[in-house]
Design a protein around this ligand. Structure first.
Ligand SMILES: [Zn+2]
Length: 90
């Protein structure tokens, strides 16, 4: 009954995709820009979305991306120390 194990590491935290940069296409509507919000590590949370309560987590520190057009949100990993600074928007 544990058919969803294949994409998850043995660790409790979910593996996050790397930060994809300022101009990343939305996975849902392909709009090329997304907001970036820092989220601290959290234990399991209940999110209400689209009329449903869903349980997520525990989650590590992460960057939450949100499409500027359709509001779809997804998580990405923090930018590691020493990574390219040109994506930092400074
Ligand atoms: Zn979108």
């Amino acid at each position: 009954m544990t058919t969803d194990q294949k994409t998850k590491p043995a660790d409790q935290t979910e593996a996050l995709p790397p930060y994809s940069g300022e101009e990343t296409p939305c996975p849902k509507c392909r709009y090329p820009e997304a907001y970036t919000l820092y989220r601290s590590a959290t234990q399991a949370v209940l999110d209400e979305f689209n009329g449903r309560l869903q349980r997520r987590g525990p989650l590590p520190e992460r960057l939450e991306r949100q499409c500027q057009r359709c509001d779809y949100a997804w998580d990405e990993a923090l930018v590691p120390d020493g990574a390219d600074a040109d994506e930092a928007g400074l």
